[in-house]
Design a protein around this ligand. Sequence first.
Ligand code: C5P
Length: 229
Amino acid sequence: RAPGDLAGRHVVVSAGGTREPIDPVRFLGNRSSGRQGVELARAATARGAVVTLVAANVELPVHPSDVGQIVRVGSALELETAVRDAARDADVVVMAAAVADFRPARTPETKIKKVAGQAPAAIELVENPDILAGLARDRARAGQIVVGFAAETGDENGSVIDHGRAKARRKGADLLAVNEVGAHQGFGVADNTVTIVDPDGVVVGHSSGTKRDVADGIWDAVVGLLPPA
Ligand code: C5P
């Protein structure tokens, strides 16, 4: 790979996991560490890109000299606003963040209290927007490349890659990095393996190793799609 093959490109990477507030002190969250997204931002910076890292609750040490501009967000709606904002003049947007599918319908301004003898209050959920599908549908710029991730497990309805292919078609992203997740794969661990598919579900690449190696593999696939600078 050429060290400067993203020179002059603006890329946006979302990383981490969203937290959906239940009340002022509680949230619904997930176990995403943000490592893969941070490595995507680091790799792009090393390859010459101007990077905006939209970090949802990322607790890893990150520095603008390695990852570019850092925009910190909490919830899915905040992440959507920040990513759309940054995407306005971006050549590439990579959605590596784990976005909650649902959020509590109401978030009271005071803490929900336990009342002795009363059944617990149910938390009503509403659907969050699919940020990736929205970015792919309404391109902020002609020729903008939109990349997503899909953490899948195989089941009786199909293999990991079958589910990834279907998701690629559904979301309309230019590239989808599909990874198998389980107790010892994907979230929180150092190494990763992804299969990269196009919107027709065709496999266009594989990448495995450290999360940095996987990041570089994804950028290799992106570079192949970029229009000339
Ligand atoms: O549907 P699923 O959550 O498996 O899709 C994963 C991909 O979609 C990731 O790239 C994630 O960042 C993105 N996503 C999103 N908005 C959501 C849910 C997922 O952008 N509400």
